[in-house]
Design a binder for this molecule. Structure first.
Ligand code: GLA
Length: 724
């Protein structure tokens, strides 16, 4: 049984693959965290209460016993005002204006199937524990949901808040979870970045007080991904205890690790409380986004594999997650806005025979859109540019047996557009007050049902009237001027979360409403790369930086949480458009093929030799695609730490693997560099053709293999490791 409750000790044990998670109803009646880590016995763990610094701590309400202070326990859902000074998960303003709560255990149930969240993406799953908590004075309550998995070392959690009073209350903070770790011997790992340099890895020591990552941008953002890792000191990529929290959410979020005054570590987070409040009427409930807590005793790599497994098995659309993906030629870096039907036809003609199977027409096909200053919102084909409309180019592409994809930016509007001229109020902003531009555009107010209907109708009409196989859904700015003419004054602080709900609604109606269309996510590069978006988009454009050298870092950082198959990675032209760097086509292929691959260059400029290399590359990619989609990732050399990048992907049955090696800069008369392979079956015998060796897995994983790097900058090579 995955979930057990022991009445003697009032303890819940959640036992999944490689993990036990335990908490209990403490002597006061609150829910207290006990353990999250490697599998343990179902012992009475109530002795685990903290022993330090109890003096002068407040008692719990109504019981004058310092022994029972909150100080000694880590909360499963921290609350405010009644003796616990640590970061609360929930802060509710009651009808009388006080902000106190004391959430006590009422009952629990174990459901055979995990219920999905209403209106928000969430993981599928089986057996699920629901614990009901209530404040007996205010009648405010919370339901905590927990699911464990037998195929990934994770727990999925969320909270639902309920107003059981007969007057409205105001949620001023409504996080999804709290839990804790013993001691403070941890580093905090975050994924930070910006446009064209997304998901860099930062590791900083936990300290007394709060370390946080957040977004106030109405999107999960390139600035900080909604993920936090807790790395026990001394742990590495391959060894040691590592925990992760990954939020299934696309709007402003907050994750916190607090080094508490007792010497323990508290983790909490969810919807960002900054500029947030939510009016909850009598009898209403508020659902929070899901958090996925991962644990590994195989270091950071083990945590990543847990996330890859659970997101592939329980989040991403089953119809696509393991199916061959389109191999795309995207015209953006080939033409930018300067294209017409003939140019697009020439691009399609030029890739004929290469194995590239989908032409994606990027920005500029609609409205008046010759640059990024106009046209957004007018999803009507521009027949000045595209003679014969979309039909002409679609027919041309389809006649070759290729598929056709189209770019949209559904959430946006240009000031210079018919949509804005007729509905200026559709744009987010305070009427009469000058708005901020970003990329010359405004954002549409997705909190309004009529605006959402406009978007859904506009996009769905294009999809209904044209034979479109693929959509790239872009989102190119962050919010400013947060205000909706559709919300009452006392609900304006609900905007950020209502935007997320509006976004999920239009995704539901457009993405799930067009099951025969393949949808790719995008956001000014990879600025909205989060688990909630993966629920709708099986792959997301990883970055506008397509330089192979830069991509080693961006893709390595992204893989900390997200499976390789979710990263759209394109081979682009040299000199690279972002950094002007020259790299070999082979290298660009090797790096771009560590994801959902494609090409983003002008193929009409291919030499015969280049075209033939692209044919070989696509063939090679198709051979390795199943490994990329289904295999286990073992990161070997981090591009953040030195001159090398190398990764292995090993099939689940360990019968085949791929090793990709890369050296950034050539070194004259270089020292020997060796790589110890990982993830293989020690008992199996493998053939590596490129090395001309046949050896045991144990040999490859214990005796580092010498690698030959050709004397050139940005050199890469691929090794196929096949069981014989
Ligand atoms: C963003 C995307 C690009 C491209 C442009 C088009 O920057 O990341 O891939 O689609 O928009 O304007």
């Amino acid at each position: 049984m995955a979930i057990t409750y022991r009445a003697e000790s009032k303890t819940f044990y959640l036992c999944g693959k490689g993990l036990t998670y335990a908490f209990f109803v403490n002597p006061v009646g609150n829910l207290s965290h006990l353990y999250c880590g490697a599998p343990i016995g179902q012992d009475d763990l109530s002795y685990l209460r903290a022993k330090g610094r109890g003096s002068f701590a407040p008692t719990v309400p109504g019981i004058d016993s310092p022994e029972l202070s909150y100080h000694y326990f880590l909360p499963e859902l921290g609350f405010y005002g009644t003796g616990d000074y640590r970061e609360p998960a929930v802060l509710v303003e009651n009808a009388g204006g006080d902000r106190l709560s004391n959430l006590l255990y009422v009952s629990h149930e174990i459901l055979p199937q995990k219920p999905l969240i209403n209106g928000m993406p969430s993981l599928s799953g089986g057996e699920t524990l629901v614990v009901h908590l209530k404040d007996g004075f205010s009648n405010f309550g919370a339901d905590l949901y927990y699911t464990v998995y037998d195929d990934a070392s994770v727990i999925a959690r969320r909270a639902v808040y309920r107003n059981g009073a007969d007057t409205p209350v105001r949620l001023r903070r409504a996080y999804s979870f709290s839990f804790g770790l013993p001691g403070q011997n941890y580093d905090v790992m975050t994924l930070y970045g910006s446009w064209a340099c997304e998901r860099n890895i930062e590791q900083i020591p936990l300290h007394h007080g709060v370390v946080s990552v957040d977004s106030k941008r109405l999107t999960s953002s390139a600035t900080l991904n909604p993920f936090m890792g807790l790395i026990e000191k001394g742990s590495t990529e391959t060894h040691g205890n590592v925990w992760g929290v990954s939020l299934v959410y696309s709007s402003s979020f907050m994750l916190k690790a607090e080094g508490t005054d007792v010497g323990e570590t508290l983790l909490t987070g969810g919807i960002n409380e900054f500029d947030f409040s939510w009016k909850l009427n009598a009898g209403e409930a508020f659902e929070t986004p899901e958090v996925v807590i991962a644990y590994s005793n195989e270091g950071i790599g083990g945590m990543s594999r847990a996330y890859h497994d659970v997101y592939r098995n329980h989040l991403i659309d089953r119809r696509h997650v393991r199916s061959p993906r389109p191999v795309v030629i995207n015209n953006w870096e080939a033409t930018y806005f300067d294209f017409d039907t003939d140019k697009l036809k020439a691009i399609a003609d030029a890739v004929e025979g290469t194995g590239i199977d989908t032409l994606v027409l990027d920005d500029g096909w609609f409205g008046k859109r010759d640059n990024d200053k106009s046209g957004l919102g007018d999803w009507v084909v521009n027949t000045d540019k595209l003679k014969g409309g979309l039909t002409e180019i679609i027919n041309h592409v389809h006649a070759k047996g290729m598929k056709f994809g189209l770019w949209f930016e559904p959430e946006m509007v240009s000031e210079d557009s018919d949509l804005f001229r007729s509905h200026p109020d559709y744009a987010i902003g305070v009427p009469g007050r000058a708005r901020c531009y970003s990329r010359h555009q405004y954002m549409l107010d997705l909190t309004r049902p009529d605006v959402r209907d406009y978007i859904v109708n506009a996009v769905n009409s294009v999809l209904a009237e044209n034979s479109i196989d693929y959509v790239k859904w872009d989102y190119n700015r962050n919010v400013t001027d947060i205000y909706s003419v559709g919300l009452d004054a006392d609900r304006q602080s609900e905007f950020a979360h209502r935007y997320a709900l509006g976004l999920y609604d239009i995704c539901e109606r457009i993405v799930h409403g067009n099951p025969n269309v393949f949808f790719e996510g995008c956001s000014g590069g990879g600025a909205r790369f989060d688990p909630a978006m993966l629920f709708y988009f099986p792959q997301i454009w990883t970055s506008d930086d397509t330089d192979a050298e830069e991509r080693t870092k961006i893709q390595y950082g992204t893989s900390i949480v997200y499976p390789l198959s979710t990263m759209s990675c394109h081979v682009s032209a040299v000199p690279n458009h972002q950094v002007k760097r020259m790299t070999a086509l082979e290298t660009r292929g090797h790096i771009a093929h560590l994801g959902a691959t494609g090409y983003e260059l002008d193929p009409t400029l291919f030499t015969e030799e280049e075209k033939s290399l692209v044919c070989t590359q696509v063939e090679e990619f198709k051979r390795q695609e199943s490994l990329v989609q289904n295999g286990d990732l073992y990161r070997i050399d981090s591009p953040f730490e030195g001159n090398f990048f190398s990764e292995m992907i090993v099939s689940k049955d360990k019968t085949e693997a791929l090793l990709v090696v890369y050296r950034r800069l050539a070194v004259p008369n270089a020292e020997s560099k060796r790589i110890r392979l990982a993830g293989l079956d020690p008992e199996k015998t493998y053939r590596i053709e490129e090395m001309n060796i046949t050896v045991k897995g144990s040999t490859l994983m214990n005796v580092p293999m010498p690698i030959k790097y050709r004397s050139m900058d940005f050199y890469s090579a691929v090794y196929h490791i096949i069981e014989v």
